[in-house]
Design a protein around this ligand. Structure first.
Ligand SMILES: Cc1ncc(COP(=O)(O)O)c(C=O)c1O
Length: 510
């Protein structure tokens, strides 16, 4: 039997045999935590490997392997013939408290910079929705169809490269191979002609927005921002201290006339022309030229966020704004979060010629780029042709899922939710009955493990749209169908709950 106080602690170790983490690693993590948190006295003898193996139902080899690891870390000492002991250097013989006593820690409110304190208030307290691969989570690509075997092969190949290249600091502007590959890809697929030197590889589109905001905006300067619009970009620009002007969006995209009426002077405009986030419309050519003209008149930069425009399935590809830009004011931002997967944290910024030196200086002076390994694998993935094949394949997958959603909506949501077809991307919207609160539906749906994002979450100022944003790209057709059924039930319940309340005031009037 395991006897001592520390010994009985050992019996509380739970090993999960269904976990992908090896049993030996689970035990090592648990023992390490117990030792560091003072579960054993310094110098205390650990139970013999044979005893521990029996008590925990593990092999003795596993226990010996784990003890060896802890010896190598200096947490335990092994004395031949007498056993394994917790290292004496770990403190006095008094056990330390399992967790620091937070009640004794003096709490000092952190003093934020004025800029960040203001930004934090302006971010608002929008609930963060779970990024789980379930119906109808937005912003996730289809993980189930990703060619993981190719990816693993390229990762291994990368690591077999020359150590000088794979281990040192890379080019702060981004891997030259990736920037070359991207320039070619943008020319072939997005109609954009650029020099690789104009491309800067960053930690996701989000970092690009932050970089642009902090580089080009002074606190208080006006930024035209689509309303409703992209949440992450909005927060980055708010963090730079800019004054965001909510410009309405209609079926043709950003209402440029409204922008001019609200704020003829502006320093920057943010748009998602290929697939408006969140409404899903494509910005008309007329609006694009009107925006470029307005930007030229005001001397403003324009951020084009082309986050999922590669996935068009409604006829001809809409051109990018950058491809028709003759002003040199458009800063194009792309991401691999949709075209590959978001955990890469990889995006890029295409600077107009006038900004190349500025961003080059910034990247080399205080940012040192993003992980070379990720860039190296992505570059090879593009160069070997897997990227364009993957994007082509995903267009079909997303088209199928888009159709699955429209079909499920026809069968299950008729009269409850008016789901709009879209031309591209991984999400669309569904309009709700005016009497139903989008926030309430989102809450009810969440309780039933379905995500339905209210358009209000994307709004900087109130909008006259009562709708849910529905992601379909990362959701299998089966889950789409089951999710539509849940939404139908949630909406029926809500309608039933609102109907009597609506009729009651009328009855009183009569
Ligand atoms: C509008 C928009 N732009 C860009 C992105 C991608 O951001 P990142 O590259 O930081 O993952 C997203 C992700 O959901 C998005 O919704």
């Amino acid at each position: 039997m395991v006897k001592r106080a520390g010994g009985s602690l050992l019996l509380s170790i739970k090993i999960d045999r269904s976990s992908p983490q090896p049993v030996s690693t689970q035990l090592c993590v648990a023992l390490r935590e117990m030792i560091l948190e003072g579960g054993f006295h310094a110098g205390e003898r650990l139970p013999a490997s044979r005893t521990l193996a029996r008590e925990l139902g593990l092999s003795r080899t596993t226990i010996i392997e784990v003890f060896d690891r802890l010896v190598a870390e200096g947490l335990v000492e092994s004395h031949t013939g007498s056993g394994t002991f917790v290292s004496k250097v770990l403190g006095t013989s008094r056990p330390r408290p399992a967790r620091p006593d937070v009640s004794s820690v003096v709490r000092i409110a952190p003093r934020l910079s004025r800029l960040m304190a203001q930004a934090v208030t302006r971010f608002g307290d929008r609930q963060r929705l779970p990024h789980l691969p379930r119906a109808f989570t937005t912003a996730l690509p289809a993980f189930d169809v990703f060619p993981m075997a190719q990816w693993a092969r390229l990762s291994a190949k990368y690591l077999r490269g020359a150590r000088d290249e794979i281990m040192g600091y890379g080019d702060p502007n981004g891997s030259p191979q990736l920037r070359r590959a991207l320039a070619t890809h943008l020319r072939a697929n997005r109609g954009i002609v650029c020099d690789p030197d104009q491309l800067f590889i960053v930690g996701g589109a989000q970092q690009a927005f932050h970089l642009i905001g902090s580089t080009l905006l002074n606190p208080g300067e006006k930024v035209w921002f689509e309303n409703p619009g992209a949440i992450g970009a909005r927060n980055s620009l708010i963090a730079s201290g800019a004054d965001l002007v909510p410009v309405p969006v209609d079926a043709q995209g950003l209402c440029v006339d409204e922008g001019l009426r609200l704020s003829p002077q502006f320093r920057l405009a943010f748009v998602t022309p290929s697939h408006q986030q969140p409404l899903g419309c494509v910005m008309s050519l007329e609006r694009r030229f009107a925006l470029l003209h307005a930007a030229e008149q005001a001397g403003a930069w324009v951020i084009e966020d082309d986050y999922d425009g590669e996935f068009f399935f409604g006829g001809r590809t809409p051109p990018t704004l950058k491809s028709v830009d003759t002003t040199g004011l458009v800063i194009y931002v792309g991401t691999f979060s949709k075209s590959l997967f978001p955990s890469l944290r990889l995006g890029y910024l295409l600077a107009p010629p006038a900004l190349v030196d500025t961003f080059t200086a910034i990247m080399s002076k205080f940012l040192q780029g993003v992980p070379s390994q990720t860039q190296g694998v992505v570059a090879e993935f593009i160069d070997e042709g897997h990227f364009s094949a993957h994007v082509r394949r995903m267009r079909h997958v997303y088209l199928e899922r888009h159709e699955a959603l429209l079909d499920a909506a026809r069968r299950r949501l008729s009269g409850l939710l008016d789901v709009q077809p879209t031309h591209s991307g991984l999400h669309t919207i569904g309009h709700l009955h005016a009497s139903i609160s989008e926030m309430a539906v989102a809450r009810d749906a969440d309780h039933r493990q379905v995500t339905a994002s209210p358009v209000g979450r994307f709004s900087l100022a109130p909008v006259a749209i009562n709708a849910l944003v529905l992601g379909f790209g990362g959701v299998s057709p089966q889950l789409i169908d089951a999710g539509a059924q849940v939404l139908a039930e949630v909406l029926e319940n809500r309608l039933a709950a609102t109907a009597p309340r609506k009729s009651r005031p009328r009855a009183t009037v009569v």
